[in-house]
Design a protein around this ligand. Structure first.
Ligand code: ADP
Length: 552
């Protein structure tokens, strides 16, 4: 016997249809590449998306074809989210911070047919056009008046011409909810980029879960500004969740410096934002330097790498902006855990509450997770045992795009995705990442968590950023080296920083040395590139490396 409810596939187009019908007057505001601010409603967005769907069909884009973008967060990108996926094609959002060689490699691997790009990226597109074999047409995301002069991009089309030349009448096709909707490559911080092909079903289920109160908590009362790029795992699902709940959306375009972001937050009444820790540094520095206050923003989602305690303290205690710490991966659409508090945490003193908030949080329903030891045996949820974090669920990758390899590990016949993260899980289900397995520092056979050491350094008033890496040691295999960027004008010595660890960690965790640098290399998604630091300091000689250090 089967249930007798309607069979209706979960399709991305239904989010737009819902938004148009039930909150059609809500605004989508975008700061454009040119610097001006553009406004439209969900009703207008839906109409233009239908026009674009017609334009794509007229260009021969068929179900399953890959359509690439190199674009900032903006309304045209949002239109493509719906026009491409809604019509049955696959939206491939490429990270424009990658090198042209890598972009061309990814585009060819994905077999992209057509590439849409913001004008900022013309030089990149020219370089890619000379290298790619698969892309046949290019669309500049602008109007006729701003079309660029170039001889290096073949078959160059104009976005607004395509829209103007197509009918607004279009019926979103109905197809299998397991059909592919979008494609995102991991940034390659852990090897060659790998494609993750999301489906309509996985996206809709992820959207339901992301919008929940203890997840990203999106509602019709919110004005959401995703700083996290639409090419970084679909801006963590916010362009979908906003349509589902009827939140106003504000897109910052390329203007991501502290001043521009602050002005947009204030002028548009932004209530919630989201981004990786590095983007907030510029914003907080601007706000501090000018003695500004956030008048409408009351929470921000921080993920992608660990939120440093100093940043959480600044947001919450100085600015009254609640931090929601979240963890996920490209392979997980991306949401895995969000750190929402339970009611009994409300009575805790501020610092104890923050200790909970600094964990990466509890699994959202739909994500099953566990930690295992090197042999694959499950470890206890006691907040102490650390092991590799495995996950499974309907919006978690089962295999990479165009790859035969099976990435899963199996236990009792059930497949789990190995995240490559090392974590603890406490009795309340709060997960805390101690490291990426490849960033773990292994000293005398035991793990030292680099995130802890970085967080301590970053709580020093003179430190802007810090990264901790393992360097070779004759006796202990590896010992921690702290790489530090000082705040402008601030002074701190190696000895003072090492002394700063006293009483905060076990003595053998204290870094062996400190080096000061002007900047730490950031990867394409704004995360510290520890691989590059490891290369740079591969031959770093630790002081007293021959001596025996207490290892207990
Ligand atoms: P990439 O590897 O391309 O940077 P992802 O954005 O998919 O791609 O990165 C996922 C990884 O980022 C996770 O496996 C984890 O190591 C790290 N990460 C994400 N969120 C957090 C967080 N809140 N705290 C610590 N690490 C995080």
């Amino acid at each position: 016997m089967l249930g007798s409810m309607m069979q209706q596939p979960l399709l991305i187009s239904s989010l737009l249809t819902h938004a148009e019908r039930h909150h059609g007057d809500v605004q989508v505001v975008s700061r454009r590449v040119e610097g001006d601010v553009h406004r439209q409603t969900y009703r207008e967005l839906a109409a233009r998306s239908r026009r674009m769907a017609n334009a794509l069909a007229a260009r021969g884009v068929a179900a399953g074809d890959r359509v690439a973008t190199l674009a900032w967060n903006g309304y045209r990108h949002m239109e493509l989210y719906y026009a491409v996926s809604g019509s049955g094609a696959v939206l491939h959002t490429i990270n424009p911070r990658l090198h042209p060689e890598q972009v061309a490699w990814i585009a060819d691997h994905a077999e992209d047919r057509i590439l849409f790009f913001d004008l900022t990226f013309l030089p990149l597109v020219e370089a890619v056009a000379a290298r790619t074999k698969s892309i046949r047409a290019y669309v500049a995301m602008t109007d006729r008046a701003h079309m660029p002069e170039t001889s290096k991009v073949p078959d160059l089309l104009c976005y607004e011409d395509l829209i103007a030349g197509a009918s607004e009448r279009y019926t979103w096709p109905v197809f299998d909810e397991n059909a592919p909707s979008s494609l995102c490559y991991t940034s390659g911080t852990t090897g060659n980029p790998k494609g993750v092909l999301y489906s309509h079903r996985s996206t809709i289920l992820h959207t339901y879960a992301a919008a929940l109160p203890d997840a990203l908590n999106c509602s019709a009362r919110d004005t959401i500004l995703p700083v996290v790029p639409m090419f970084h795992v679909n801006a963590w699902g916010l362009p979908y969740a906003a349509c589902m709940v009827g939140a106003k959306l504000v897109f910052p375009g390329p203007h991501l410096d502290g001043k521009s972001l602050y002005e947009l937050f204030e002028s548009e009444g932004v209530t919630v934002s989201a981004g990786v820790p590095t983007v907030w540094q510029g914003l907080l520095a601007h706000v501090e330097a000018h003695g500004l206050k956030f008048s409408t923003m009351h929470r921000t989602i921080i993920g992608g790498s660990a939120c440093p305690p100093a940043m959480m303290r600044d947001f919450q205690q100085r600015h009254g902006v609640q931090v929601l710490h979240a963890w996920g991966m490209t392979e997980m659409s991306p949401l895995g855990t969000v750190c929402a508090l339970r009611s009994r945490h409300a009575a805790l003193p501020e610092e104890q509450r923050m200790a909970v908030q600094l964990k990466q949080g509890r699994a959202v329903y739909g994500v099953d997770m566990k930690i295992v030891d090197a042999e694959g045996a499950e470890l206890p949820q006691d907040g102490k045992a650390a092991g590799e974090l495995l996950v499974r669920g309907p919006w978690i990758v089962s295999r990479y795009f165009n790859s035969e390899d099976d990435p899963l590990v199996y236990a009792d016949g059930v497949g789990w995705f190995p995240t490559g993260d090392v974590s603890t899980i406490d009795a309340d289900g709060y997960m805390q990442i101690t490291d990426r397995s490849k960033d773990v520092i292994k000293s005398g056979g035991e793990w030292i968590g680099s995130i802890d050491l970085e967080n301590i350094a970053m709580s020093h008033p003179a430190v802007a950023t810090a990264a901790c890496i393992g360097v070779k040691h004759p006796k202990w295999d590896e010992r921690p080296l702290l790489v530090v960027v000082r705040k402008p004008g601030a002074e701190v010595t190696r000895e003072q920083l090492l002394a700063f660890y006293e009483g905060k960690v076990a003595r053998w965790w204290t870094p062996d040395d400190v080096v000061f640098v002007d900047a730490i290399p950031l990867g394409a998604t704004g995360k510290m590139q520890k691989t590059r630091l490891r290369e740079q300091f591969a031959n770093h000689e630790l002081p007293g490396a021959g001596a025996v250090r207490p290892h207990a």
